[in-house]
Design a protein around this ligand. Sequence first.
Ligand code: CA
Length: 223
Amino acid sequence: MILIVEDDQGIASFLAKGLKAEGYATAIARDGDEALAFTAMSGENLDLVLLDLGLPGTDGLSVLKTWRAQRLGVPVIVLTAHDETSDKIRGLDAGAHDYMTKPFAFDELLARVRAALRSAEQRNSTELVVDDLRLDLLTKVAWRQDRRIELAPKEWALLELFMRHPNQVFSRPQILARVWDYDFDPGTNVVDVYVSYLRRKLNHPGLAPLIRTVRGAGYRLRS
Ligand code: CA
């Protein structure tokens, strides 16, 4: 659901129609108080807000500050009437994700809506996925296809590192520093030991091996 907070009826319905045509559900609030009432009722259903700053009554900036004080983390794209740098800066300072100056091209707004939704999704995502491997960041359990894989804490941390950077080669000292948090004696084989634990848990006959040894360099998760 995208909430459009805009007192200009023409702009509000133009935005609502355009967004609906792209498959987004929308709601319109005509002033700041209506916007605050809306989020108090159903803030958790909101994916994004388009917020006009110049509103009758409670202005857009105050609305935004109230939301942030309430810890409502929904991404907000501020709509400003003039190309006033001070407005943009105040909006971004108050926690806006992005801003657009009116008049704007609808296509550009759409691109920014998509970008804001994407980044919010990544922030909120509770799982990492690489090919047929999933890692649940809340329960700290991995799944390969439909098989549940229990992980010890360091195995989990090592797998998270690999899954956040698929195809990137990590040297043993890099892995030690990032998973074990301190600089081990580089002569230790703890990384190799844990990689072999992980491989044993992740690999099964018929499935492609995921963690590759890069000779002379380290390890990488293949995707
Ligand atoms: Ca306005």
